[in-house]
Design a protein. Structure first.
Length: 207
């Protein structure tokens, strides 16, 4: 039986054995993990998605672009092997991606963020998290999020947003994951490809 205390112990133990750093040197592994976690939500059934998934994996060039100069694109490694990543953008980095035409499929999500946040709010947008299959029950994702929260606090940032698929299937694993970290569902949006996404928000200053 997995209890809250055993999960906490496993996370603390894992936190002592992994290394967290910038994703730039590890793009090949990031790509492999993303491809492993990718599904087509139009053809997948709910049973095959219970451990979480990615919908919009990128190619190597685009992952490299998002890692360059971005302190919020991080990986974790254990025994010298990358086993997961978290890719986020602050407001200015996201604006650069938009101006360069690098954000297309997420049009509904990006439209919401640009229209419903204050211009002076340097929020963080969590675009993707990918954990290798053997690490998805070890609280590795929580460790990555805690590292990002710490970076945000160092820069006096308080608001973080993530988008999680709600339809045609719900990414229940990711919904539960961000819920444990204090995120709340604030709205739903529909992208131009017809996929429905829940927008989740956390104010980390309330921790």
């Amino acid at each position: 039986m997995i209890t809250e205390s055993s999960i906490k112990f496993n996370r603390e133990k894992l936190g002592k054995t992994i290394e967290v750093g910038n994703a730039s040197p590890h793009i090949e592994r990031v790509l492999a993990i993303a491809q492993e976690a990718c599904i087509d939500p139009r053809t997948a059934d709910q049973k095959t998605t219970k451990k979480g998934f990615l919908v919009y994996p990128l190619d190597k060039k685009r992952y490299e672009q998002r890692a360059n100069g971005n302190d919020f694109f991080i990986t974790f490694s254990e025994e010298g092997r990358v086993k997961g990543f978290l890719m986020c953008y602050d407001r200015s980095f996201l604006q650069n991606l938009i101006s360069e035409g690098e954000i297309g499929h997420e049009d509904g999500i990006i439209s919401y963020l640009t229209k419903n946040t204050e211009p002076e709010d340097n929020f963080l947008y969590g675009d993707q998290i990918g954990i290798s299959a053997e690490n998805r029950t070890r609280e590795a994702g929580t460790i990555l999020m805690e590292k990002v929260f710490a970076k945000m606090k160092d820069r006096s940032m308080r608001n973080m947003y993530v988008a999680i698929l709600h339809g045609p299937i719900r990414n229940e694993a990711s919904i539960n994951f961000v819920g444990r970290l204090g995120f709340e569902n604030i709205t739903e949006v529909t992208n131009s490809d017809g996929l429905v996404w829940g927008i989740y928000h956390a104010d980390i200053s309330k921790e």
